[in-house]
Design a protein around this ligand. Structure first.
Ligand SMILES: [Mn+2]
Length: 407
């Protein structure tokens, strides 16, 4: 990440702090033989992929900040590889004071008596779940200094993270473009009799060969009736002739996640019924996208989607009354997109320029072994919107044309 990106974010964050406020961010932990994925809030603030590190800032007269990283132990480095040096951490983050983790407790002890409030990446684990790792680490401080208020840093970071910089949009655009290329690969290579996970492999191959090593989220490749299960993730069924396949997928680039849904008929052409349902969802999706501009509320997109889908469901002969639409469409039409696939921003938000949201209406009819969802990623601009995934085909004729060219 560019150093000035994360440095600018810290400046904006510092400006919002009051005297006695502290920020504490814990990096994700490195686990043995598991792929490392950095904590998004830690990455956003420091720009560093360093595992197990801790970021600390405190506002007194001025803001002071310290970073604590793992110390490289030669015997361990044989197993785990070289650790980041303090100099590398300084250069990549722009944080001047970089120490080793064994100095963390002493430093926190020194500041603790004057801290009034801590913003930390404590997350929101359910009450019947174990404490998050940051909560666990802050537990001794909480016991010793019960007057310190510990708050989820999301309240501070949400307004920042939901307005994307040009650099962030360029990362999202790349994640979206590569996801799109992988979807086209699937259109071209998919055959009756393949397993759903084989289609997943085609996209994964495209992503990794393009320099994007990670999924943004677990891919959904759902054929036939599986498409009516909203979060189907097994991807282990064999694809039968005549089925419509729903793919809800996204590559991640610098932790920025694409989130695209496309559907296609494995046999090359949509059946009349598939075509009717697909066209209905597509009409709704386009109508909702056209509403997007600064000042529009996310909940207005949601209520309009319900209304439009109810209308379409009546015409498809599925329902008689508007309220019955919940049987065939039961999820949100839109969420913020960014480092988290369901990014910070909230459901009550009012759109502003620089937001990136998804638009993803659907109709799910288990009785007909059919589910259709169409999802694009949309940037809110000063004057309206820009569909970042506009190059990924979604018109019926376009898709059938591509499928016709298969060998
Ligand atoms: Mn989505």
């Amino acid at each position: 990440m560019k150093t000035e990106e994360s440095r600018n974010r810290r400046e904006v964050l510092f400006a919002s702090l009051e005297t006695g406020d502290a920020l504490i961010l814990f990096a994700a932990l490195e686990e043995n033989l598991a792929k490392f994925r950095q904590d998004n809030n830690f990455l956003y603030i420091t720009g560093l992929e360093a595992p197990n590190a801790i970021y600390f800032a405190y506002k007194g007269q001025n803001v002071v900040e310290h970073l604590f990283i793992q110390r490289g132990i030669p015997e361990r480095e044989v197993w785990d590889g070289k650790k980041m040096s303090t100099q590398e951490a300084q250069e990549q983050s722009g944080i001047q004071s970089v120490m080793y983790l064994d100095q963390w407790s002493d430093t926190l002890s020194m500041y603790a008596p004057s801290i009034k409030r801590i913003y930390a990446n404590i997350g929101v684990p359910a009450l019947d779940m174990p404490l998050s790792y940051p909560m666990f680490r802050l537990q001794p401080l909480k016991e010793r200094y019960p007057n310190i208020e510990i708050t989820n840093i999301n309240t501070k970071l949400s307004p920042l993270r939901k307005v994307k910089s040009e650099w962030e949009i360029s990362k999202l655009q790349r994640a979206i473009d590569i996801t799109g290329k992988g979807l086209l690969d699937i259109f071209e290579q998919a055959e009756v009799g393949m397993m759903e996970y084989e289609l997943e492999a085609i996209l994964y191959f495209r992503m990794q060969r393009s320099g994007l090593p990670h999924w943004g989220f677990a891919p959904i490749i759902a054929s036939g009736i599986n498409a009516a299960t909203l979060h189907y993730g097994k991807n282990n069924c064999q694809i039968a002739a005549g089925e419509l396949i729903l793919m809800d997928v996204g590559a991640s680039h610098h932790n920025y996640s694409a989130d695209i849904t496309r559907c296609f008929p494995i046999s090359g052409t949509f059946s009349e019924r598939q075509k009717a349902v697909y066209a209905a969802v597509l009409r709704v999706q386009k109508e909702i996208i056209s509403m997007i501009q600064p000042g529009v509320k996310l909940i207005d997109l949601q209520s309009k989607t319900r209304e439009l889908i109810a209308q379409e469901c009546k015409e498809l002969g599925l329902i008689q009354e508007d309220d019955e639409v919940i049987k065939y469409y039961m999820h949100g039409v839109s969420h913020f997109l960014g480092m988290d696939t369901h990014d910070l921003g909230g459901r009550d938000a009012v759109l502003e320029a620089g937001n990136v949201i998804t638009v993803e209406p659907g109709i799910y009819i288990p009785d007909e072994r059919l589910g259709v969802r169409i999802e694009d990623d949309v940037l809110v601009t000063e004057s309206g919107y820009c569909v970042l995934s506009q190059n990924i085909p979604k018109e019926i004729e376009e898709i059938e044309e591509i499928l016709k060219d298969r060998k």
